[in-house]
Design a protein around this ligand. Structure first.
Ligand code: AMP
Length: 212
């Protein structure tokens, strides 16, 4: 199965990618996670992209495309956070064509700005093991402490209200137009992403099975 997940920050792509990966047993590539790993490593590239990410802007197409080309498994994948621009979509088509592969479905996560704000402003992450929490929806057993490894939870630097708003604007301007790009190719399916993850998973599987 070769899937692209398209949706605003906070639309639940990461959560769904994990469930879909377990279901289809294919590679899950999260561009955001891969870029954050680069920043953590403090590599030359990491230092270049750190401030871009903290402002909620997009890293250059050249950088992200190279990361994808190096890591994508043409046999099966779930792409989470790539492509995010029409230019990146064109680059992805070229990469896949070269590898004799193509996307099966693009899943659009339809979500309101209000849902995104609530989800992201309440998100807490573990800086050590990467576990995700939400102050109301998925609280840790002990406030502010990771259930898995006991580390102190933090707020992602780009989860502040001002940067969340900027990321929403960037999504609307740069990524929403991808809906038309994939609709024209006949591979777009739209799902309601305002509800819970299991409902959304069921909707996605039903639509894939119906070929919609
Ligand atoms: P995410 O974890 O998907 O919300 O991504 C976090 C940040 O990583 C984004 O706000 C961008 O700065 C950067 N990023 C992730 N994916 C891409 C992409 N496809 N193109 C450019 N920048 C990206």
């Amino acid at each position: 199965m070769r899937l692209v997940l398209l949706g605003a920050p906070g639309s639940g792509k990461g959560t769904q990618a994990k469930i879909l990966q377990d279901h289809f047993k294919v590679q899950w590539l999260s561009l955001g996670d891969m870029l954050r790993d680069e920043v953590k490593k403090d590599s030359v590239l990491g230092r270049q992209i750190k401030s871009i990410m903290e402002k909620g802007e997009l890293v250059s197409d050249a950088v992200v495309s190279q990361v994808i080309e190096e890591h994508i498994d043409p046999e099966g994948f779930i792409l989470d956070g790539f492509p995010r621009t029409i230019a990146q979509a064109g680059i992805l088509d070229t990469i896949l064509e070269k590898k004799g592969s193509a996307i099966d479905h693009v899943i659009y996560f339809d979500v309101s700005e209000e849902t995104v704000l609530t989800r992201l402003s309440g998100r807490r992450i573990c800086p050590k093991c990467g576990a995700n929490y939400h102050v109301k929806n998925i609280p840790p057993r002990q406030e502010g402490i990771c259930d898995v490894c006991g580390s102190e939870l933090i707020v992602r630097k780009d989860d502040t209200p001002e940067v969340i708003r900027r990321r929403w604007e960037v999504f609307m301007k740069e990524s929403k137009p991808l809906m038309d790009y994939y609709k024209e190719k006949g591979i777009l399916m739209s799902c309601d992403a305002n509800g819970n993850a299991q409902e959304l998973f069921r909707e996605i599987i039903e639509k894939i099975n119906d070929g919609k």
